[in-house]
Write a protein that binds this ligand. Structure first.
Ligand SMILES: Cc1cc2nc3c(=O)[nH]c(=O)nc-3n(C[C@H](O)[C@H](O)[C@H](O)COP(=O)(O)OP(=O)(O)OC[C@H]3O[C@@H](n4cnc5c(N)ncnc54)[C@H](O)[C@@H]3O)c2cc1C
Ligand code: SF4
Length: 333
């Protein structure tokens, strides 16, 4: 591990000032929040930095109600605190459920909201410095395309990268109306959640549209609308402490046996959290039945491009999505 300095920021402005100062001197910086992803990467040599700027003590931990409805969650709120927060549990149960499905109690006590959004892929080759990986070492090649393909993405892949985004929380956020609030050298910027993460294209080393110095300060979730009736289901190889093979976040409103509105987020399928817009479109205004839900996810999966090892994900989604929507339908009956 290369040596670096540790600095504790005292405010958002102080964190930005330290980052700007370092860039002027040609130094690399990294914001440290819970450290559950970043410290591993520094130890493994996946990432290097000259200055580690600790933002974990900044006063960005509150969960508050927005005037127009919905919630504002500080970027440094711990995953465990947000998952257990009464406002979150009542207003957006899918957010709480998704977080509780991730990692372990100890990790959730450390991990923060902003850090969860920016955690990096769990592609085994990304973490193995002895193998080529375009995301870790641009231009070196992608070991996953010809190698172990079990966890590869189905949608939005490129010749450069087939990795998936690992976060559970982000799948729930993909199904809701979310704005990510960031602070940078030019002031505040508000990013639609759908525009935060990128597809790999020919720049897989860039996971998001954030500029290097930008600091996430809050996540705003509009609503609640029908999101009070929402669920998260995670499929994985063992019952706990495992990343999803696929996952489903859904919110549903049924009126007179018809789908009045629906939101579906899918995990484990793409380089970014995937919103199943095609399935939603098919469902709105149609019958709220298991058969209709199965037909809708079949339409969504028409864009999937599975390889020899990951076709099972399509099967899992074709079962899980109708099951989750049917369970929500029963709740509303
Ligand atoms: C064994 C293990 C199992 C796990 N299982 C799961 C799982 O099942 N599901 C799941 O979703 N996650 C899982 N995780 C991932 C875990 O949720 C993330 O490591 C965690 O959410 C990252 O948050 P953090 O605050 O620790 O981020 P850090 O490690 O501190 O930072 C991560 C990245 O985000 C940047 N960053 C952090 N905060 C900000 C900010 N406010 N603004 C700008 N940049 C910022 C950092 O510079 C760094 O690049 C697991 C992790 C481990 C170690
Ligand atoms: S899929 Fe992406 S992260 Fe995995 S080896 Fe290929 S380039 Fe690297």
């Amino acid at each position: 591990m290369r040596p670096f300095t540790y600095e504790r920021a005292t405010s958002v402005a102080d964190a930005l000032r330290r980052t700007a100062g370092a860039s002027r001197e040609g130094e690399r910086t990294a914001y440290l929040a819970g450290g559950t992803n970043l410290i591993d990467h520094l130890r493994l040599g996946i990432r290097e930095t000259d200055r580690l700027i600790d933002v974990s003590h900044l006063d960005l931990t509150e969960v508050t109600e927005l005037e127009e409805g919905g919630l504002r969650i500080g970027a440094l709120a711990r995953n465990a605190d947000v998952a257990a927060h009464p406002l979150v549990r009542r207003t957006f149960p899918v957010v709480s459920a998704a977080m509780l499905a991730g990692a372990s109690g100890q990790l959730r006590n450390m991990a923060t909201m902003g850090g969860n959004l920016l955690q990096r892929t769990r592609c085994v080759y990304f973490q193995d410095l002895s193998t080529p990986c375009n995301k870790r070492d641009p231009g070196s090649g992608c070991s996953a395309i010809e190698g172990l393909g079990t966890y590869n993405a189905l949608i939005g892949t490129s010749d450069s990268c087939v990795a998936v985004h690992p976060s559970d929380l982000c799948v729930a956020l993909a199904a809701l109306d979310v704005t990510v609030v960031v602070e940078g050298p030019l002031g505040e910027r508000r990013i639609d959640f759908a525009d935060l993460h990128r597809l790999p294209g020919d720049r897989p080393e860039r996971d998001t549209t954030l500029e290097r110095s930008e600091l996430i300060t809050a996540i705003e979730i509009a609503g609640p609308g029908f999101a009070r009736r929402s669920r998260y289901r995670k499929l994985r190889e063992r019952a706990s402490y495992a990343f999803a093979t696929v996952s489903v976040a859904a919110a549903l409103e049924v009126r007179d046996g018809q789908v009045a509105d629906v939101r579906i987020g899918l995990g484990g399928v793409s380089h970014k959290p995937h919103r199943a817009l095609r399935a939603e479109e098919v469902l709105r205004g149609g019958p709220a039945t298991h058969e209709a839900y199965a037909a809708a996810i079949a339409v969504e999966m028409e864009q999937a491009r599975p390889g020899p090892d990951n076709g099972y994900k399509v099967t899992q989604l074709r079962r899980a999505v109708p099951a989750v929507l049917s369970a929500l339908t029963e709740e509303t009956a």
